[in-house]
Structures are given as C-alpha cells and as structure tokens.
Design a protein around this ligand. Structure first.
Ligand code: ADP
Ligand code: ASP
Ligand code: MG
Length: 418
C-alpha cells in the first residue's frame, strides 16, 4: 500500500463529464488499497474567466488581496464537486481548502511562497479511510489572509504536500502524455521524455515550459519527491522527474522552452558614475519585481544605456519605479517593448560541449531573425527575439539539435483551449 498524491489540472476537470472520469480514476487507485491525497485546480478556464470578470468590474488595478479572494473560489468549486463525484461512487472522500489543509504562505498576494505545512488534518482524514481532496494554488498567511501561489501553482501545492506527508510518489496528471522535448502543441514531432533531471526540469519550467510550475520542481528537488508527469486522458507511463536522468548518445539539448511573458525596459542616457546599476535594481527589488536578463551598453559621452527584462505583468510597475528614481539616477529617457519572446535551450550536457550556443545563434540568424538579448548559464542559453515567428524558431532549433521524432506527438487532451 502506498501513499500517493495525485494532482489534476484545469483541463482534466474541465466539465462535469471529465470530473466524473477523474473521480473514477481516483476511486480505482483507492480501491487497490492506496491512500490518496488529491490536489485539484479550477475547472477549465475558470481562473482566466474570473480575471476577466474582475477587469469588467474594477476601474482601477484590481486590489491584490481581493484578487486572491476571487481566484481561490475556482479551486473551491473543484474540490467540492470532485468529493461529491467520488462519494457517488461509494468511496469515502472529504474536500479541504488550502487553509483547512494547513498550507501556510508568506504575506504576499498573487505569488506567495509556501512557508509551512501543517498536514495533521489531512493525515487524520486519510487514516479515517477518506480520499482527501485539497484545493490547489491557495494558502493562508499567519494573520489569516487568503493568498495564491502564482499561475499554475496547484502543481506546487501537490509537490509540497507530498513532501510534507512523505508520500511515496507525486503524480501530476495533465492534458499531455508527459514532459516533451518542447511544447507538443508547437512542434508536432516533439519527443516524449521518459525521464528528466530535476535541474533540467527546473530550468525548463523557469524558462516558460507550462507543464510544471517552477516551485513545484524546486520542492521536488529539495525534498527528493519522486515526481511523475502523465496524462489524465490515458494510462500511458509519463515522464519521471528525478535526480539524474540518462541522455541519449549524441544529444546535448534536452529540451526547448519559450516564454511570451516578457517585456523589455531600456533606460537610455544614464549618467556614468559608480552605483547606478545598484540604485535601479535595488529600487525594483524593493517592489518585488523580478528582473531577468540585464544588459549594459558601453559608455559614450559619459552616458550608458541599461536594458532589462521583466514579466509583462510587472512592466507598468517597473516603469513607475524607474520614474520614481529619475532624480537620484539621472537619465535621458525610458522606453519599453512588448511583443517579445524568450526562447531557450536546456541540457545538462551543454556545459562540456563547445559550440552549442553558437549553433542556436546560427539557426536563428539563418531564418533572418535578429536576436535582441542573450543570456547563458551552465545548462541553458536564452535568446530574446520578436514573437511573430516563434513557432518557426522553436521548430528549427528542435530539428537542429536532433530532437525531432518521426512520429507526431500524441497529445492526449483537448487542444481547443489554445
Ligand atoms: P494543467 O491544466 O494540467 O496544469 P497546463 O496547461 O498548465 O496544464 O500544462 C500543460 C501544457 O503545457 C500542455 O498542454 C503543453 O501545451 C504545455 N507545455 C509546454 N511545454 C511543454 C513541454 N516541454 N512538455 C509538455 N507540455 C508542455
Ligand atoms: N487555477 C490556477 C491557474 O489557472 C492554478 C493552476 O491551475 O495550477 O493558474
Ligand atoms: Mg498547470
């Protein structure tokens, strides 16, 4: 008998029929004698729909606290319905919100980190023979305020809970068969990976691969949680995410990710004096704005240009912060750009293989596309480019690094969502 955490994403429970199918699958596992904790996301596009609704109602930037109050309702609907569906099959089940399940977070709205998990109530309900169903993506601060973990955060609820209750495995059920060499909805001949290392998966997730929330991978790595990504629409084996993963001979790039959530801000004509970069980035950090790629141009006439990227959602706030320090820094103008995408290649073998990044630049330039920014680390290279030819670039890189299979990727779930 094992203790299993199973997580079902939004498209897996998109309507009543799918919810019932998921309930059947859970009841099957539970009937085999396993103890099951289930984490579930909001149904289908519920979270997006709630965000749209807030925009229709609110003429100011929606207050972050109220957004969390609103968005957490989506998961609450799912847990209640899933519990009813499982009970209808004659199996004991109980649903909990994040706070009932003891998920504590820092006091940040919209992208809070989990600070503590007190799973006693979950364990007690399990011991009483229940399937325990926990709302993903939500938690509570020590002061009793409701928070969310960031888009896609139900994965993190599942893995963190699996670590806290020392589950034997955490299975992430989604609408594709596992982790692929790139998004199988963009490249039809993407290959499904039987296994991938925590480090490579962490890079891919951080660089935009939506299939797993980055913090979920961080938890899995730190607590050594055996993690499996698989389809909720079939019984195919899926992808094991683990400490070390074998690499096929001759392949150095494990996967390709892209992130459309990129804005570039340029501060032009910055007065040259020590400490200028520190002033800008300390001010941004104070406002919790994550800065990604930073480029400083050489100085001309005692002035330099800084460019950096932030997520689209942080762009306006970042521009306000920069305006706020105009006097202290001294610069000519600030510009910003959207319609960009960051494309990245990831592979643990890159560190010891020369020429991998060079090939990326060559493939992109052969398509006649200019590269706006570059960043590299031991196991990844990223290029920021205009977003209008993204699919072509990802496909060309996929082919160039020998990742194409001769079979079109089987995508188990619905594609109408995209
Ligand atoms: P869920 O609702 O189950 O959480 P998500 O939409 O968050 O599902 O994540 C699954 C999606 O991630 C897939 O439908 C796929 O389009 C996308 N994706 C992006 N990169 C990858 C990748 N490398 N492997 C598999 N799926 C990927
Ligand atoms: N429902 C939330 C979202 O759409 C959390 C999740 O699905 O993981 O981002
Ligand atoms: Mg997701």
């Amino acid at each position: 008998m094992s203790l299993i955490v199973m997580k079902f994403g939004g498209s897996s429970v998109g309507d009543a029929e799918r919810m019932k199918r998921v309930a059947g699958r859970i009841a099957e596992v539970s009937a085999q004698g396993h103890k099951c904790v289930v984490v579930v996301s909001a149904m289908g596009d519920t979270t997006d729909d709630l965000i749209d609704l807030s925009k229709q109602i609110c003429t100011i930037t929606p207050p972050a606290r109220e957004m969390d109050m609103l968005l957490t309702t989506g998961e609450q609907v799912s847990v209640a319905l899933l519990s009813m569906a499982i009970q209808s099959l004659g199996q004991k089940a109980v649903s909990f919100t994040g706070w009932q399940a003891g998920m504590y977070t820092e006091a940040v709205h919209g992208k809070a980190r989990i600070t503590d998990i007190q799973p006693e109530r979950v364990l007690k309900a399990l011991d009483a023979g229940n399937v325990v169903i926990v709302a993903g993506f939500q938690g509570m601060t020590e002061e009793g305020e409701i928070t969310t973990l960031g888009r896609g955060g139900s994965d993190t609820t599942a893995v963190a809970l699996a670590a806290a209750i020392q589950a034997d495995v955490c299975e992430i059920f989604t609408d594709v068969d596992g982790v692929y060499s790139t998004d199988p909805r963009v490249v039809k001949v993407a290959r499904k990976l039987n296994e991938i290392s925590y480090d490579e998966m962490l890079e891919l997730a951080n660089l935009g691969a939506a299939v797993l929330h980055p913090r979920a991978v961080e938890y899995a790595k730190n607590y050594n949680v055996p993690l499996v990504v698989r389809s909720s629409f079939n019984h195919n084996p899926g992808t094991n995410v683990k400490e070390e993963a074998a690499m096929e001979q001759g392949i150095v790039v494990r996967g390709i990710a892209y992130d459309k959530n990129v804005a570039r801000i340029s501060i032009l004509g910055v007065e040259e004096k020590p400490g200028q970069l520190a002033k800008v980035f300390t001010a941004l950090a104070k406002e919790q704005i994550d800065v990604d790629i930073i480029v400083q141009s050489g100085t001309r006439d005692g002035q330099a240009d800084f460019s950096f990227t932030v997520s689209l959602g942080d762009k306006e706030k970042a521009l306000q912060v920069i305006e706020g320090i105009r006097g202290a820094v001294g610069f000519r103008e600030v510009t910003s750009e959207e319609n960009l995408v960051k494309v990245s290649i990831v592979g643990a073998g890159m560190v010891s293989t020369p020429g991998v990044a060079a090939k990326m630049f060559e493939v992109i330039s052969d398509l006649g596309i200019s590269i706006n920014m570059v960043s590299t680390s031991e196991i990844k290279t990223s290029c920021v480019i205009d977003n209008n030819r993204l699919n072509e670039v990802v496909q060309a890189l996929h082919t160039a690094y020998g990742l194409d299979t001769d079979k079109a990727a089987f995508v188990g779930g619905p594609s109408e969502r995209r």
